[in-house]
Design a protein around this ligand. Structure first.
Ligand code: HEC
Ligand code: HEC
Ligand code: HEC
Ligand code: HEC
Ligand code: HEC
Length: 652
């Protein structure tokens, strides 16, 4: 079967789709009885097919960039589809103009500031509905107050979100310095792409848009204009103060990072290349593999993706549940494997106290969290005795309370946490002209707090630092963004101490540490929900929000046993605990910075039980295979072997 006949076979399927539409089937998830492929194609048929002067609907790209029924084009080596339509359709960017949180917030900003409502809407649509916004501006169809929400709701090109042509029409024209959605749109319907010498005949014939190689498509600058949001501060009366506030600076955070110098672009992480490339279109059928960036475009917003998946029919979204599930899984995987590293170690402490150092390292190419200022990450720290009883708990989250211990106004940045009402929250807190925390973009005036973790290589001496600076408390934290060894700047890490008085007499405890991420905390939307009676958009988002699962995403988790009398600065090699019960891990504690080269577990008769990797020996290893009574651990260092004696307690 060649591609043309395969495509012909699809036509009846589309016919079935239409028949279902007209037969009054309201929920396509039900109507297709789980035939996901048919469902997906039917839904793609719902994508915008409007043709503008500067843009064209993403539905007009489906013909050749949707999955190949033959499985030859748009696949990776394993045969999995890398169709840009399939991947893009269920992302936050594809749905940016229908995002119910965004619509509610636009409404909120307009209600707070009624005199500026239309100019606010004209600002918000620039990035969230770029095709509608620029088409209207470039063709002179905007009213005197710009491109407003009323116009958007009637405009299919705008409702297409950040459609294919919104990104592919961006010219290479001073991109790095742009902000607020100020895009240089190509006037001749060029569709820039990432590979050289594309064959343009068929595409320009069918869509009027020419595929042309544009090297700028491989670089971060093409994302800069929409991922840099600067607002003009207004006071509480709505008068402009003349100040510019840097609200979203994801691009500039990346500029001030090691990734910039290492040529790791936004695309490297957010649009990973297919190994070996892929055939870029299903027609014609004689194309060959090209460089191909997958349109995954995932960040951290698993929460809104789930909400939109569950409300897809009400919100008139075209992606299927299966597509949303893929994007959600990618988002969670990215949060759990590519976002941050977490470590905890016991520190020597005064008699009667437990002390731990928690270290967090950012792996993302910008601050973590970055982007929209509602985003927070927080640390949950729980200390348990060997029976699992909780002795101390900071940063617990429940749906009713949110993050327990987080102050009503704003939680300070901590260097040492000593009580359960202190919790480490990584976030940006913005104040209005009076210094009071605000969630209204137009009122942003002062940076009350910004301890979001900087990316690796971030420097306070960088030329762009004033736009991406630390908040006051993080700036005073001597180990923020500094390595433990040399104190050098640019580690992208933070270390903090947890000091807990040992009221209970446990000789051994276990510390569990978890890093959570929350994209839309209930507290952020609270003041907006107070306007629900005045706005349909706010009321409707409130009901969706309240019925959604708001559990934060676990980004990283780690745990350690700890022992009374522990001292990492003891000059002798030691085993901890010195007498070990069953089920507990045994740790080798080196004097100072000495590193063990080899570690061997030996029984009471001097027979080798097994060797242990030095890393496992330092972190804690299992000794359940050693009989009770004495045993030995042999350690080889640069200066030779030494033997340490251990004691295994009777398991009863
Ligand atoms: C410069 C481009 C730009 C402009 C202008 C802009 N936004 Fe956004 N907005 C973004 C980006 C990028 C994100 C996503 C960042 C992230 O995921 O953290 C975002 C996210 C949001 C979110 C969170 C959405 C969610 O689902 O979590 C809301 C709400 C929002 N914007 C409201 C507004 C409002 C209201 C305006 C107008 C006052 C506005 N935006 C103007 C770029 C922009
Ligand atoms: C009739 C089929 C067809 C349609 C419809 C179509 N394309 Fe293409 N597209 C192609 C072909 C063929 C190529 C070149 C593939 C090659 O040379 O290997 C291509 C290549 C591209 C490239 C890569 C250019 C480069 O140099 O990297 C982009 C970007 C692109 N198309 C975007 C779009 C967009 C956006 C739409 C919708 C407006 C669209 N296409 C609709 C057939 C099509
Ligand atoms: C967020 C902006 C953005 C959106 C939206 C977007 N693309 Fe792309 N696309 C890119 C970038 C950037 C590249 C180049 C990636 C690379 O090669 O590193 C690209 C590459 C491509 C390519 C060529 C493969 C390659 O790696 O060069 C095709 C074909 C394509 N896009 C089609 C589409 C279609 C069809 C849509 C809509 C369904 C779409 N794109 C939506 C940014 C976007
Ligand atoms: C080294 C890999 C890497 C690079 C480079 C990178 N990102 Fe990210 N990005 C991530 C990871 C991981 C996340 C998820 C964690 C998070 O939310 O910060 C993310 C999240 C995001 C988010 C959501 C932020 C939030 O917390 O809501 C946006 C928006 C984003 N990236 C845009 C960009 C842009 C634009 C660039 C280029 C200027 C870029 N990224 C470069 C890895 C990267
Ligand atoms: C035309 C404006 C525009 C361009 C260009 C653009 N973005 Fe975005 N991006 C947005 C908006 C708006 C959102 C937020 C949508 C929402 O939440 O409703 C967003 C959200 C994101 C997110 C967060 C998704 C999540 O689930 O948290 C990532 C990641 C991202 N963009 C990456 C990129 C990358 C990489 C590029 C460049 C290849 C890029 N964007 C180009 C406007 C844009």
């Amino acid at each position: 079967m060649n591609r043309q006949t395969a495509f012909a076979l699809l036509l009846p399927l589309m016919g079935i789709g239409l028949a279902l539409l007209f037969s009054g089937a309201t929920d396509p998830d039900v109507a297709f009885h789980g035939d996901d492929a048919a469902h997906m194609r039917w839904r793609m048929g719902e994508l915008c097919t409007e043709q503008g002067v500067y843009f064209t609907g993403s539905g007009n790209c489906v013909n050749c960039h949707a999955p190949d029924p033959d499985g030859e084009a748009l696949v990776d080596v394993d045969g999995h589809t890398v169709s840009p339509v399939v991947d893009w359709q269920a992302t936050m960017m594809a749905n940016s103009a229908k995002d119910p949180f965004w619509r509610a917030k636009v409404s909120h900003e307009g209600l707070v500031n009624p005199n500026h409502r239309e100019s606010i809407e004209n600002l918000c649509t620039a990035c969230h509905a770029p095709q509608g916004f620029h088409e209207a501006h470039l063709t002179g169809k905007v009213g005197p107050n710009g491109y407003t929400m009323d116009q958007l709701l009637e405009d299919e090109l705008g409702l297409d979100g950040i459609g294919c042509t919104a990104c592919h029409g961006i010219d290479d024209d001073a991109l790095a310095g742009r902000s607020n959605g100020d895009l240089p749109i190509n006037p001749d319907n060029v569709s820039w792409g990432g590979f050289e010498n594309p064959w343009d005949g068929l595409m320009s014939g069918q869509t009027g848009f020419n595929p042309v190689f544009g090297e700028h498509m491989r670089n971060s600058e093409v994302c800069a204009s929409c991922h840099s949001l600067y607002s003009h501060t207004q006071d509480l009366e709505g008068e402009e103060t003349g100040q510019v506030f840097f609200e979203q600076t994801t691009y500039l955070e990346w500029v001030n990072s090691a990734y910039n110098a290492e040529n790791v672009q936004c695309q490297s992480c957010h649009m990973p290349l297919v190994e070996g490339g892929a055939i870029a279109a299903t027609q014609p059928n004689w194309l060959f593999n090209q460089r191909f960036g997958k349109h995954h475009l995932v960040g951290g917003n698993a929460f809104m993706l789930k909400l939109m998946r569950d409300q897809a029919v009400a919100l008139e979204l075209s992606a299927t549940t299966v597509q949303f599930d893929s994007t959600i899984a990618r988002t969670e995987r990215s949060l759990q494997t590519q976002t941050a590293e977490l470590e905890v170690r016991q520190l020597a402490s005064a008699m009667g106290d437990w002390e731990f150092e928690v270290e967090l390292r950012n792996l993302a190419g910008h601050k973590f969290p970055s982007g929209y200022p509602s985003r927070i990450a927080f640390i949950e720290f729980e200390l348990q005795d060997p029976d699992g009883n909780t002795l101390f708990h900071s940063g617990e989250w429940t749906p009713e309370t949110g993050v327990i211990g987080r102050d009503e106004t704003w939680e300070p940045h901590w260097e040492t946490i000593e009580s359960e009402d202190q919790v480490q929250v990584y976030e940006m807190v913005i104040g209005d002209v009076t210094g009071a925390p605000t969630q209204v973009l137009e009122r942003a005036s002062v940076l009350i707090k910004d301890n979001r973790l900087p990316p690796r290589g971030f420097s306070t001496n960088h030329a762009a630092y004033d736009t991406v600076q630390f908040g006051p408390m993080a700036a005073l934290d001597a180990n923020f963004n500094r390595t433990a060894q040399t104190g050098e700047e640019g580690s992208g890490s933070d270390r903090m101490t947890y000091r807990i008085p040992n009221d209970l007499n446990a000789a051994t405890v276990q510390a569990h540490v978890t890093l959570h991420y929350l994209s839309v905390p209930a507290r952020w939307v609270q003041s907006m929900f107070e306007w629900a009676e005045d706005s349909e958009e706010i009321a409707s988002f409130q009901s969706m929000f309240e019925s959604a699962d708001r559990t934060p995403v676990v980004v990283a988790t780690t745990t350690t046993w700890a022992y009374r009398g522990f001292d990492q600065n003891d000059p002798e090699w030691r085993l901890a605990p010195s007498a070990i019960g069953s089920g507990q891990p045994l740790r080798l504690i080196p004097p100072g910075e000495t590193i063990p080269l080899e570690v061997v577990l030996v029984d009471a008769l001097g027979r080798t039980v097994r060797s242990v990797t030095p890393d496992a020996a330092l972190r804690g290893f299992d000794v359940s295979d050693v009989a009770s009574g004495a045993f030995f651990v042999r350690v080889r260092t640069e200066s030779g072997w030494r033997v340490l004696k251990g004691m295994k307690l009777n398991s009863q």
